[in-house]
Design a protein around this ligand. Structure first.
Ligand code: PLP
Length: 430
């Protein structure tokens, strides 16, 4: 076969999710991507060892920083995302935290929104500050001037989520990307709830995308994993990132200046942080993720179709005070959803109940098809009370800033029969 589907950028999303980045001819013609279950690789001879360790030759030596199974996953997600390079990490939080470490040093700041995944908020508000990296929070993510007011010479990134958790809020990404670039700062986006099938942040100005691959990319609630993807082309040698310039000078001769300029963020993330902090994904996890991604488009279509039906049903139900789903015309984010999410506004939604916390807990007790779990993005439908779980321990003010209330339930809509899901909620709500 001479046709090389693994390397054809003109192919569509569904074709790429099955073929991109994997050439069987390089792996004994195994049709499935092999799991390289080894801790290390033979170096061959002295000269090759030196080329590997100076990064003059691409290859694998030790699995804390690279593995051929992971390399296929990295190429595949980069192809689906329209990015230049990617890195596979042990979890979503490993991906996000290492991305920040790569961008910011002691004394630096990250500008972020308040409506973030709980772990990301904790990272920026209490963990990184212990090392001198401070998160600066924008109260209203849709107020562009609020971002601008926080940007200083110390700012090293703007960080937000394409679909906020759990309020499913949407920002005007192109406007924020333009602002970031005007200040020489990259826009970093957590695209976990959307996946590249529903939304490709690079097409709208983002520079770095982070994933909790644990969710829709894996798709079946069986693995923990994270990914960082780089668009390529952001100028990290613009004077704001001395650590990037130093890295560039150190490696430009062995790696090559052109290649290094295109993927400087990813190269430094692997060579500095994967190598010495070691939060790499295991090859077995990478295999499960590749398996999940093969059906991503099909699952996301069904997820969003089910979510839309459920949102319409809930919006009409007398026990429901409010439905937060950007696909509903009543949502304040409806116009942004139509512009940025033509394939559907995801499959996570939250509801507030007229009967308050008591009613919310009663619904939790009564559902039979929805599972009571903190996870999201599983093929199975999940439900949770965020105030007592994912956002537990936060003050009422912090919860409110994140869009979390005592009378609120968050639903992650699965790919079951929509009718069964609606009947389940109807029984519980009635
Ligand atoms: C789950 C999640 C994370 C953290 O990912 P893990 O894989 O659990 O470490 C980060 N961001 C969002 C939006 C998430 O849903």
């Amino acid at each position: 076969m001479s046709y090389e589907a693994y390397n054809d950028d003109s192919l569509g999303f569904a074709t790429k999710q099955l073929h991109a980045g994997y050439n069987p001819a390089e792996h004994n013609r195994s049709k499935a991507v092999p799991i390289y279950q080894t801790a290390a690789f033979e170096l061959g001879d002295y000269d090759r060892c030196v080329r590997l360790f100076s990064y003059a030759e691409e290859g694998h030596s030790y699995v804390r920083f690279s593995n051929p199974t992971n390399a296929v996953l990295e190429k595949r997600i980069a192809a689906l995302e329209g990015g230049a390079a990617a890195l596979s990490m042990a979890s979503g939080m490993a991906a996000i935290s290492n991305a920040f470490l790569n961008l910011a040093r002691s004394g630096d700041e990250i500008v972020a929104v308040t409506t973030l995944y709980g772990g990301s908020t904790t990272l920026l508000s209490s963990i990184l500050p212990q090392y001198g990296v401070i998160g600066r929070f924008v109260e209203d993510g849709n107020d562009i001037r609020a971002y601008e007011r926080l940007i200083t010479g110390k700012t090293k990134a703007i960080y937000l989520e394409s679909l906020g958790n759990p309020g499913m809020n949407i920002v005007d990404m192109e406007e924020i990307a333009e602002l970031a670039h005007r200040h020489g700062v990259p826009l970093v986006v957590d695209n976990t709830f959307a996946t590249p099938y529903l939304f490709r942040p690079f097409d709208h100005g983002a520079d770095i995308v982070c994933y909790s691959a644990t969710k829709y990319l894996a798709g079946h609630g069986t693995v923990i994993g994270g990914l960082v993807v780089e668009k390529g082309g952001f100028d990290y040698r613009n004077g704001r990132f001395p650590q990037m310039e130093q890295f560039y000078d150190e490696y430009k001769d062995s790696i090559g200046g052109e290649e290094l300029r295109k993927t400087l963020f990813t190269k430094r993330l692997r060579i500095v942080y994967l190598t010495d902090l070691g939060a790499h994904m295991s090859p077995m996890q990478a295999f499960f993720l590749l398996q999940g991604i093969e059906t991503l488009s099909l699952r996301m279509e069904r997820h969003t179709e089910n979510a839309r039906k459920i949102a319409v049903f809930l919006d009409d139900h007398p026990a429901v005070k409010q439905v937060a789903y950007p696909g509903l015309p009543s949502s304040p984010y409806y116009a942004l959803a139509r512009r940025y999410f033509p394939r559907g506004a995801g499959a996570i939604l939250s509801i507030r109940l007229k009967g308050g916390r008591e009613k919310a807990l009663a619904v939790l007790k009564k559902v039979r098809v929805f599972d009571y779990m903190v996870n999201v993005g599983d093929a199975k439908s999940l439900i949770v009370h965020p105030a007592s779980s994912t956002h537990f321990g936060q003050s009422a003010a912090q919860q409110e800033a994140a869009g979390v209330y005592n009378d609120m339930l968050r639903l992650s809509v699965g790919i079951e029969d929509a009718e069964d899901l609606i009947n389940d909620l109807k029984r519980a709500l009635d």
